[in-house]
Each structure stands twice: as C-alpha cells, then as structure tokens.
Design a protein around this ligand. Structure first.
Ligand SMILES: *[C@@H]1O[C@H](CO)[C@@H](O)[C@H](O)[C@H]1NC(C)=O
Ligand SMILES: *[C@@H]1O[C@H](CO)[C@@H](O)[C@H](O)[C@H]1NC(C)=O
Ligand SMILES: *[C@@H]1O[C@H](CO)[C@@H](O)[C@H](O)[C@H]1NC(C)=O
Ligand SMILES: *[C@@H]1O[C@H](CO)[C@@H](O)[C@H](O)[C@H]1NC(C)=O
Length: 388
C-alpha cells in the first residue's frame, strides 16, 4: 500500500514538477492534495472491487450449481463457455429436430478455448432397469472426468440409483421405442445427439442393459481414444437376412452393392457420430422402406457409413455376442454358464484382429448378453480377473 502510494506521489511529481522557484509550502500542499485524492480513490476502488469479487463468486457458484439460470443482479441470462461446452444437466425441452440441429454444430476454430480432455460417452439403450449398474459403477470408479453416461429408457421409467452412482441424473429425455422399428434408430440418434452436446465427448459407445465390460477402464479408454477408426460392424451377406432385406424402392439412392448389415452395438468417433446425426435423407429412406423383416438398427448405420464414410470405420464390432445358436436372439449367459475360462476367452480367444492397421489379440472390450441373476458372480469374477 505504502509502496504504491509513494509511487503515485512520484508520478504526480513527474507530471507536475515542483518548481524550485515556488515556495516549498505550495509543493507540500500539492503532495498532501495528491495523497488525499489518491486515498479517496483507493478506498473507492477497493470497495468496488470487493463487491465485484463477490459478484464473480456468485457467478462461479451459479456455473457449477446452476440452480437459477438468471443472475439476481440484472435479471438477464449470462452466456458462459462452461455451460455451452459441458452442459451440467441433461434435461431439456428440445424436440429431436432442435436437438439434432444443435448437436451437429461444429466449431471452425480447431483449438479449444479450455483444457479439453477427451471423454468416452457410455450410452445405455434400455427399456428399464440396469441390472449391471453396480458393476459399471465399480468399473467407472476413480476415472471421473474421462467418461460420461447417458441412459435412454422408456419415457415413463425412472432409474432409481443412489447419488454416488455414475448413472445418477443421467437419463435423457426419451421416447417410446419398439424393437425392430425405426424408433430404435431414433433412440440411438437421440443418445448420440445428447452426448454430442458435451464437446469433450470424443468416442460414443452404445450399450444395452445386458452388456458388461471385459477390460478395465484405462485399457478401454486408451483403446478407444487412440483408435483411428470407429467400430461399426459392416458386412455384405448374400442371404435372406442380408441382401434379402434390401428393398428395390431404395434405388437409386441406395444400390444393392451399398447394402450392409452389422450389429447395432456400435462405437463411434465424434466425427462419424455428427455425420450420422446430420443425415436425414437416408434415414428417411430407411424409415419408409426398411420394415420387418428388415431391421433398420442392423442396416441403417452400416449401410450409411459404408456409402459415405467407409474409411472411418474398422468394420468390426467391439461387443462380443454369441449367435452360435440359431434364432432371432443371441444366447444369454447366466450363473450356470459363466466361468473364468469363458470370460478369458472373450478377452482373448487366440484369434487376432486389426487395430490401427496392426494386429492385436484384443478384439472385444464389451460382451453381451448376461442375465441379471449373474451380477454377483460377475462382480466376483471381474474383481478377480480384471481388477475393477
Ligand atoms: C429407490 O431406491 C431406494 C433404495 O433402494 C428405495 O428406498 C426407494 O423406495 C426407491 N424409490 C423408488 C421410487 O422406487
Ligand atoms: C472398412 O470398409 C470400408 C469400405 O466400406 C473401407 O474403405 C475401409 O478401408 C475398411 N476399414 C478398414 C479398417 O479396413
Ligand atoms: C447355460 O447352461 C444351461 C444349463 O446347463 C444350458 O441349458 C444353457 O444352454 C447354457 N447356455 C449357454 C448360452 O451356453
Ligand atoms: C475367436 O473369435 C473370432 C471372432 O469372433 C471367431 O471367428 C473365432 O471362431 C473364435 N475362435 C475361437 C477359438 O473361439
């Protein structure tokens, strides 16, 4: 305080040099005046700045805990980068049309104005309860800031989990879904769009209530974030369940040689996710002409990616499933079927697959389907084998 006061006095001295000809008392008077004016100014300045700090503090609290969207001070909404790039609450009243539009906004400046750590969005598509939530919670524990969770359930369903759970407050505004219809694709796009609102989300994995992870979080995170490709299973199958589901009405926009089939359980890079949420033209063709026994969830994303973004995809899925028995549904594993060897075989069955143009023995990061009864057994096995 004293230092700066002296400094100001010196500056005043510079601007109004005390003439040696004048009486010394005039000079002294000037110095006293300068002191009085400065002290007044300093007191005023300090009190204003204290009030401003208080104001800032309130603002910061509002950013992190936005109980009110409006500041009490001026009654006007304040724009903030934090709420824009990282929405705290998932609830909104946007229609799909509005949501998809907003979700596909892409910044043209490539450098983010904040410290962006890429996150993996875990998107759960379920009708209701998530029996393996306790397993996932253990999987997520200690990795906050590197993932986000989204749940699309039936609209009337309320996920009841404790506040400590990664699933707490993570239900997105949802719509009815009837399995095998285009509404399933709508739900997938809705999950993607809600997750895209968070600009830190870099990878987007679709999961069901019967899915479990078969590696620990750091392994899965590294695998996904460092992958040059999205994992959209996509293949051409000359069978009634493959090409047989193509409709001639899709011609000429979609030709038979474009047609692909693949598992619904995708994993997407942000760029491909934005492209998929953006598409309406091909979505519309599927909604009109892909009806049972054509299942849009098995064809729309594989075909669309193949047509326009083939080079972005690894064309394989990272979610293990057992289709070995015939029928419309894959096998479900319960307490009687699950052993350490079984889990180990999903993690590494001695066959290799391609990852960033190199071969790896890690092909699957997730697996389905497991019966809810198997929770305790799986908790036990994963803590023993996978360390989470
Ligand atoms: C939610 O779960 C808690 C604890 O399991 C239980 O006490 C509560 O009744 C449940 N609430 C609802 C609405 O089901
Ligand atoms: C996946 O298939 C597309 C054709 O749709 C191809 O361009 C791409 O190279 C394939 N991806 C890999 C990793 O082989
Ligand atoms: C699981 O075990 C039961 C009883 O042994 C058997 O009936 C069922 O087919 C098995 N399921 C799978 C997927 O192996
Ligand atoms: C391992 O997995 C691959 C890919 O799913 C499959 O084709 C192969 O048959 C499996 N091998 C064994 C020994 O289970």
């Amino acid at each position: 305080m004293n230092v700066s006061r002296n400094k100001i006095a010196e500056e005043h001295g510079d601007f109004f040099p005390v003439s040696p000809k004048k009486d010394w008392s005039v000079g002294l008077l000037r110095i006293i005046w300068a002191l009085v004016i400065f002290t007044g100014g300093a007191v005023l300045g300090l009190s204003v700045s204290a009030q401003y700090n208080q104001y800032l503090k309130t603002q910061t609290t509002e950013l992190f805990f936005p109980t009110k969207m409006y500041t009490t001070n001026c009654g006007k909404e304040k724009l903030s980068i934090k709420n824009f790039v990282h929405p705290t609450y998932l609830l909104h009243d946007m229609t799909d049309e509005e949501l998809f539009w907003r979700a596909t906004l892409v910044p043209r400046i490539e450098v983010y104005p904040y410290n962006r750590k890429p996150k993996v969005a875990f998107m759960f598509l379920t009708r209701g309860p998530l029996p393996f939530a306790p397993l996932w919670d253990r999987f997520f524990r200690g990795h906050e800031g590197l993932f986000s969770v989204y749940v699309h359930a039936l609209p009337q369903f309320n996920l009841n989990v404790s506040e400590a759970s990664a699933f707490y407050g993570r239900q997105i505004p949802s719509e009815e879904v009837s399995w095998g219809s285009i509404s399933l694709v709508d739900a997938e796009k809705r999950l993607l769009a809600n997750a895209l609102l968070d600009f830190s989300n870099e990878r987007f994995v679709l999961l069901s209530e019967s899915c479990i992870p078969v590696y620990d979080f750091p392994t899965i995170y590294k695998y996904l974030v460092n992958s040059k490709h999205s994992f959209v299973e996509s293949y051409d199958e000359d069978s009634p369940q493959g090409r047989g589901r193509y409709s001639r009405h899709m011609y000429p926009n979609i030709k038979l040689y474009h047609w692909r089939k693949g598992s619904q359980w995708f994993e997407l890079h942000r760029d491909l996710a934005i492209n998929i949420v953006t598409d309406y033209q091909y979505y519309l063709i599927f909604s009109k002409y892909c009806k049972p026994s054509c299942y849009p969830d098995e064809h729309y994303i594989p075909t669309y990616s193949n047509m326009f973004h083939g080079e972005l995809s690894a064309n394989r899925t990272i979610t293990w499933v057992d289709w070995s028995r015939d029928g419309p549904h894959p096998a479900t594993y319960g307490n009687q079927n699950i052993t350490e060897e079984f889990i180990q075989k999903i993690r590494n069955n001695k066959s290799l697959c391609t990852y960033n143009s190199e071969l790896t023995s890690i092909c699957y990061l997730f697996a389905r389907k497991f019966a809810p009864e198997a929770l305790d057994l799986l908790l036990d096995l994963t803590s023993k084998m996978i360390n989470f």
